[in-house]
Design a protein around this ligand. Structure first.
Ligand SMILES: Cc1cc2nc3c(=O)[nH]c(=O)nc-3n(C[C@H](O)[C@H](O)[C@H](O)COP(=O)(O)O)c2cc1C
Length: 408
């Protein structure tokens, strides 16, 4: 595993040397990038000697001689790494990351990489407590950046409070845990449905719903990043994860056909789409004209998720989604049992700013035996939490299968 360790300009910059050693001891290949301010605190030579590699500093004077002579260094580095770790992270650098500024090598790599990012902030207590810093941290956390929080105590500036770089052992442990998670879905083929289907009424109108597809797309992206093969069957116009299969559909019938063509390959099915429950009994061939009163006749669509439970191969996990406005837990548990799924994620869509067509979500995770709450977060963070639980279900399934096999 390769890590780019970004060192920014704070007193704690010297601790990055110890962090380098700890990561190397865990067989992580470390390359260091320093901001200009960091070089005021520690000489690049320290890190070059520890890592045996040139330290990356300037966007304009590439250090790494790649095979391609004209390789653009920050892009090549961004693509080659398994994680970007910034420790210590100054208030200034956190602000740059939160706002997408890319005026040096480190901040440019941050924008260009798809690898997970961890930051370990270190600064004066007032800088830490400042609303600007706290807002920047929230933005980063919402985008899936892992924050290794600082400790409290006596600070180099002479003040006491929060802002002390986390212990390097804790930072190394967080990096190693994240790297382990990086490929924890390798071997799985995750089939995700996303978006709200559209059922034609006539050639110009449709019956739809408010689902944007953001939750399903976040799940597909996160599963892909964690090493799974992904098939995304989506009724949303959002982009699918790169290098994975994205199938575009409109109606419930098209979604059903796309899912069952691919079900045999799936080891996990996540039904995040808001599939129409009804469609027109007959779609009007011509545009319907205005009239005093109109009666449209609908029929029920097929239940894709219940059918997936019936037709799945043994061992395939099926995760349902429910959008509820009241009695979340009771309604979701009833749906879980009715469909026979392994777990269900329930969103409270009655709260403004959460669930449908928003960037954030909250809800519950229910298995047949357990109920857990998902605190409000971005959909990216919620996707990771859902996949953590899918992983846990998978491990539990293995254990129970092994126990069964072990029995005479
Ligand atoms: C002696 C000294 C110590 C500093 N320590 C910190 C620090 O611990 N945390 C921090 O956020 N900024 C600290 N700063 C301020 C940063 O160095 C400054 O904001 C700089 O622009 C950061 O640049 P960078 O984020 O590109 O590394 C310190 C400045 C000085 C002069």
């Amino acid at each position: 595993m390769k890590v780019l360790l970004g060192v920014t300009g704070g007193i704690a910059a010297y601790k990055a040397a110890e962090l380098t050693r700890l990561l190397q001891a865990a067989e992580v290949e470390v390359q260091v990038a320093m901001t200009a301010a960091a070089e005021e605190f520690v000489r690049p030579l320290t890190f070059a000697a520890l890592t045996g590699k040139q330290v990356l500093g300037s966007l304009w004077q590439p250090q790494v001689q790649g095979e391609a002579e004209f390789a653009i260094e920050h892009i090549a580095v961004a693509q080659a790494i398994d994680a970007l770790v910034i420790a210590p992270a100054t208030a200034n650098s956190l602000a740059k990351l939160a706002h997408g500024l890319a005026d040096d090598l480190l901040s440019t790599v941050y924008l260009a990489t798809e690898a997970p990012v961890l930051v370990a902030p270190a600064m004066n207590v007032n800088m830490w407590n400042h609303p600007a810093t706290q807002a920047n941290l929230r933005v980063l956390a919402d985008r899936g950046v892992e924050i290794v929080p600082p400790g409290a105590g006596y600070l180099a500036c002479g003040m006491t409070g929060s802002g002390r770089l986390a212990e390097v052992e804790a930072i190394a442990a967080a990096v190693l845990a994240r790297l382990a998670r990086r490929q924890d879905l390798a071997g799985e083929h995750v089939l995700v449905t996303a978006g709200g289907t559209r059922e034609a009424i006539d050639p110009v109108r449709f019956l739809g719903n408010r689902s944007s597809g953001k939750m399903g797309h976040a799940l597909a992206a996160a599963a892909s990043e964690r090493g799974a093969r992904v098939t995304l069957v989506t009724a949303s116009g959002l982009a699918g994860p790169p290098r994975q299969e994205t199938v575009r559909v409109n109606t419930a019938a098209e979604m059903r056909a796309a899912v069952f063509e691919r079900l045999d390959r799936a080891t996990v099915v996540i039904g995040a789409a808001a599939v129409a429950d009804f469609r027109m009994r007959e779609v009007a061939p011509e545009k319907l004209r205005r009239s005093g009163r109109m009666t449209l006749e609908f029929e029920a669509t097929e239940d894709i998720l219940a059918e997936a439970v019936e037709r799945r191969r043994p061992g395939t996990l099926v995760i349902a989604f429910a959008a509820e406005t009241a009695d979340l837990a009771a309604n979701a548990r009833a749906k879980l049992l009715r469909k026979g799924a392994d777990a269900i994620v329930v969103n409270d869509v009655s709260v403004a700013g959460l669930g449908f067509d928003s960037e954030r979500n909250a809800g519950l995770w229910l298995t047949r035996e357990t109920t857990e709450a998902f605190e409000e977060s971005s959909k990216q963070v919620m996707a990771e939490r859902i996949l953590d639980r899918v992983k846990r279900l998978r491990t539990a399934t293995f254990v129970s299968a092994e126990t069964e096999l072990a029995q005479p």
